[in-house]
Design a protein around this ligand. Structure first.
Ligand code: GCU
Length: 686
C-alpha cells in the first residue's frame, strides 16, 4: 500500500513513453566539472539527482567530471573557475543560495546547467530539476534564475526529549524517545531531504518550552548525539538550532542566578557556546522563549528582554551564531474581571520600547498575529514597528487551532494574506513580506520560521493532505510571489500524480479549506471558543472566565472585543495609519476582523449586508455543507487514487464532518439562546 512516506519526493516511474525517452536523452550523464565530490552538499546534490532520475526514468546516470555524451546534465558551483562559468554567461542578482537552471545549446552538444552560487544553491537546483521531471515539464529550453526571498528559512520543532511533541498531531518525535536522542534513524535523513527539497536551511530541533532534561542538550551529555543530527542536516545544507532554557545557569550550571548582567552568568554562557561549537562547528544558534507562559527570563532580575537576549548574543557572536528571541510574551495569569489588560497588546507593549537595544545577531521572532495562531487574526502590529531591531516571522504549520490535521486547512492562503499586509511603517509598500526580508528596515538577519507539523507517523503529517502545508511553507518562503494555487498544484502533481481529475479535486479542496474551517468555527475574527488546552472542537465559554486573556464577551445583546481607542483597550492604535483608523472604525473595519476589534449587537449589519447573528447561522450551516460537498468530490476519486491514501483521507474527512457538525450545532444553539433571534431561514437549531 501507499503510506505516504515519500511525500512529494515520490519519483514514481514515468508512464509516458515519449516523455521518458525525451528525458532519457538528457539524463544519461551527470557531469561535475569541478570533480566528483566525495563529501559535502554537492555530493548530496549529485546523489539526489541520480536517485531521482533512476527512480523515474529507470536508468542510473553516469557521474563523471568530463562530458562524453551529446546531451547531459551539469552540476556545478558558479564562480568556481570551471568552463561552466563562461557557458552560463553573466548571472545577475544571484544570492548565495540562488541557482540557475539553464539549457545550453552548442554546435556539437546540449546540456542543462544546474548550478548554484554555492553548493547549497546547486542542491536546490538539483531538487528543482527533479521537480520539473516529476511534473513532466519540458526541459529543452530552461532559463531559470532563482534566489530565495528570505535568508533564514526555518522550521521549529516543539519536540520533547521524552518523545512527545507539543501540539503534535502526527505521532511522536523523530528526534527523541525515552529521554534519548535518536541518532541512527534514517528518518532524520529522509526528513532533511524533504526539507532541503523545498529550501529549508535551519531547523530548531527541540521545543521552545525547554524542560529539565532538554536543558542538557547543550552539555557534553547530549551534544555528541545532537552533533550527529547536525551532520546529517549539514549534508543537506541545513543548520541545526537548539532551544535553550534561559535559567540554564541555575538548572545545570551550578549558579544561583540567571541575571543577564551577572559576570558569572555571562561567562557560563560563553563557555557553553564554545562547547557547543566544538561539537557542531556550523551550529545555527539559540531559540529562546523567556518570560513567557511561566518560562524563566530576565524579568526575575529586574532586567528586560534586550539584556537577556544580548547576553546570549555576546556568547554566540564569536562563532557567527544568532539568537532567535521570541516575542510571544503576555500575562497568562490575567483576571478575567480585568477589562483593561489586553493580551493582543502585549508583544508590542513589551518590545517596541526596546528598539535599538538588541545586538546585531539577535532576531526577534514574532508570531504572525497578536494572539496565537488563530484561524483568523489581524497581523501583529509589531512587524516593522522596530526600525533598529532585526525581526522575523513565526508561522505555525502544525494546525493547533486550525483542525489539528484531522480537518483539512491549507494555510498558504492565510500566510499569503499576512505577508501581503501593508503596515505602512515607511509608507505604502511596507508589507510584512518585505519587512521579514529585511528590505523595509535594513536588518542584518531576517527571515521566516514556522512550527513543524511532522511526527513519526508513516506519512509524517497525520493527514496526507496536511503534507501540503509543509511543502507549501517551504515553497512560499522561498518565493512569496507564488500563488496558493500554483503551490497547491505543484504539490498535488508531485504527491498524487498527473491525473487531472485528482488534481482538480485536491487543489480546489485545499484552496477552499481555510475558509470552510473558518465558516464552522469562531466567527468574524473573535477567535478561540475551542476546548481549553486541547484546542480542537467547540467550547464557546471554555476560555471565557479563564486566566489566558482570550475572551469574546458575548451576552444577550452582542459579542466581540472592544479594542478601539475611545471605549476599548486601544490596541487599534498600535498600527500605523491608515490601518489604525481602519481597524478603529466600526464602519471601515473589515468584516472578517470585526469582532476582534469591536463589540457589536447581534443585529449589527456587516458589509456583506447580513446581520452578525445571521452571518453566524449562515456560515455554520454552510461550513457543514461544504465539508459534505468535498466528501462527495473525494469519493469520486475512488480508483484514481491508491486505495490506502483514498481510504485514509475519506476517513479523516468523515471525522472533519463530525467536528463541523458539532461546531455548527453548538454555535448556532448557543447564539440563538443568547440572542433570542431566530434564523431567517428557519433551519434546525437546538
Ligand atoms: C501556544 C501553544 C503552546 C506553546 C505556545 C508558544 O500557546 O498552545 O503549546 O508553547 O503557544 O508558542 O510558546
Amino acid at each position: 500500500g501507499d503510506n505516504g512516506y515519500a511525500a512529494w519526493l515520490r519519483y514514481d516511474q514515468m508512464t509516458d513513453e515519449k516523455l521518458t525517452d525525451e528525458y532519457k536523452g538528457w539524463t544519461g550523464e551527470l557531469v561535475l566539472p569541478s570533480g566528483v565530490p566525495v563529501e559535502g552538499v554537492l555530493k548530496t546534490a549529485a546523489q539526489e539527482l541520480s536517485r531521482g532520475i533512476r527512480s523515474m526514468i529507470g536508468t542510473t546516470p553516469t557521474v563523471t567530471h568530463e562530458a562524453s555524451q551529446q546531451r547531459f546534465i551539469v552540476l556545478d558551483v558558479l564562480g568556481g573557475g570551471t568552463w561552466v562559468d563562461q557557458a552560463s554567461g553573466i548571472v545577475p542578482a544571484l544570492s548565495d543560495e540562488g541557482y540557475i537552471l539553464k539549457t545550453i545549446h552548442e554546435a556539437d552538444r546540449e546540456y542543462i546547467v544546474a548550478a548554484g552560487r554555492t553548493e547549497k544553491g546547486a542542491l536546490y537546483a538539483a531538487f528543482h530539476l527533479l521537480r520539473l521531471l516529476q511534473s513532466g515539464a519540458a526541459i529543452g529550453q530552461l532559463n531559470l534564475i532563482e534566489s530565495p526571498k528570505y535568508s533564514l528559512r526555518m522550521i521549529n520543532h516543539w519536540d520533547n526529549i521524552d518523545g512527545s511533541v507539543e501540539r503534535g498531531y502526527s505521532g511522536r518525535s523523530i528526534f527523541y524517545e525515552g529521554n534519548k536522542v535518536l541518532t541512527g534513524s534514517d528518518r532524520i535523513r529522509d526528513y532533511a531531504r524533504l526539507m532541503a527539497s523545498v529550501g529549508i536551511n535551519g531547523i530548531a530541533i527541540n521545543n521552545v518550552n525547554v524542560h529539565r532534561e532538554e536543558t542538557f542538550l547543550i552539555t557534553e551529555k547530549l551534544l555528541p548525539d545532537v552533533a550527529r543530527i547536525a551532520e546529517v542536516f549539514g549534508e543537506y545544507g541545513i543548520k541545526l538550532f537548539l532551544s535553550v532554557n534561559y535559567a540554564g545557569t541555575i538548572e545545570i550550571g551550578g549558579l544561583t542566578t540567571a541575571d543577564p548582567l551577572d559576570p558569572n552568568v555571562r561567562a557560563w554562557w560563553k563557555e557553553k557556546a564554545a562547547e557547543v561549537y566544538r561539537y557542531i562547528p556550523d551550529f545555527g544558534g539559540f531559540l529562546v522563549k523567556a518570560d513567557s507562559e511561566n518560562r524563566p527570563g530576565p524579568f526575575t532580575y529586574g532586567r528586560d528582554h534586550a539584556d537577556g537576549a544580548n547576553m546570549l548574543a555576546e556568547a554566540l557572536e564569536p562563532y557567527g551564531g544568532i539568537v532567535l528571541w521570541r516575542c510571544f510574551v503576555y500575562n497568562c495569569h490575567q483576571d478575567w474581571r480585568d477589562r483593561s489588560t489586553d493580551r493582543a497588546r502585549a508583544a508590542y507593549d513589551h518590545f517596541k520600547p526596546l528598539d535599538g537595544r538588541f545586538e546585531d545577531n539577535v532576531i526577534l521572532q514574532i508570531k504572525n498575529g497578536p494572539m496565537d495562531f488563530q484561524v483568523r487574526e489581524p497581523v501583529s502590529p509589531l512587524f516593522g514597528a522596530m526600525e533598529h531591531t532585526n525581526q522575523m516571522m513565526e508561522f505555525q504549520i502544525a494546525q493547533e487551532y486550525t483542525g489539528q490535521q484531522k480537518d483539512v486547512c491549507f494555510l498558504i492562503p492565510q500566510w499569503k494574506e499576512v505577508l501581503n499586509f501593508d503596515t505602512y511603517v515607511k509608507g505604502a509598500g511596507s508589507t510584512v513580506k518585505e519587512i521579514a526580508a529585511g528590505r523595509v528596515h535594513a536588518y542584518t538577519h531576517s527571515g521566516i520560521t514556522a512550527v513543524s507539523n511532522i511526527g513519526n507517523d508513516e506519512n509524517w503529517t497525520g493527514h496526507h493532505l496536511a503534507q501540503a502545508n509543509l511543502y507549501g511553507y517551504g515553497r512560499l518562503i522561498w518565493n512569496p510571489e507564488l500563488t496558493s494555487e500554483e503551490i497547491a498544484k505543484e504539490w498535488a502533481a508531485q504527491t498524487f500524480g498527473g491525473n487531472e481529475k485528482v488534481q482538480d479535486v485536491i487543489v480546489n479542496f485545499l484552496l477552499e479549506s481555510w475558509s470552510i474551517y473558518e465558516n464552522y468555527t469562531a466567527p468574524l475574527g473573535v477567535g478561540w471558543m475551542v476546548t481549553p488546552h486541547y484546542h480542537y472542537g467547540p467550547d464557546i465559554d471554555g476560555y471565557e472566565y479563564s486566566k489566558w486573556g482570550t475572551y469574546h464577551f458575548a451576552d444577550h445583546k452582542g459579542i466581540g472585543v472592544d479594542r478601539t481607542v475611545a471605549t476599548g483597550t486601544g490596541y487599534s492604535s498600535q498600527y500605523t495609519q491608515p490601518n489604525a483608523e481602519i481597524y478603529d472604525s466600526l464602519e471601515a473595519c473589515p468584516d472578517e476582523l470585526l469582532l476582534f476589534f469591536h463589540h457589536v449587537p447581534y443585529t449589527h449589519q456587516l458589509k456583506s449586508g447580513k446581520t452578525v447573528i445571521q452571518h453566524i447561522y449562515d456560515t455554520h450551516f454552510a461550513g457543514v455543507e461544504q465539508v459534505e460537498y468535498w466528501i462527495s468530490r473525494w469519493l469520486e476519486l475512488e480508483g484514481l487514487v491508491d486505495e490506502e491514501r483514498f481510504r485514509h483521507v475519506a476517513g479523516r474527512m468523515n471525522r472533519q464532518l463530525e467536528n463541523a457538525k458539532q461546531w455548527r450545532d453548538i454555535m448556532n444553539t448557543y447564539f440563538f439562546r443568547k440572542s433570542g433571534i431566530p434564523d431567517a431561514h428557519n433551519r434546525v437549531i437546538y
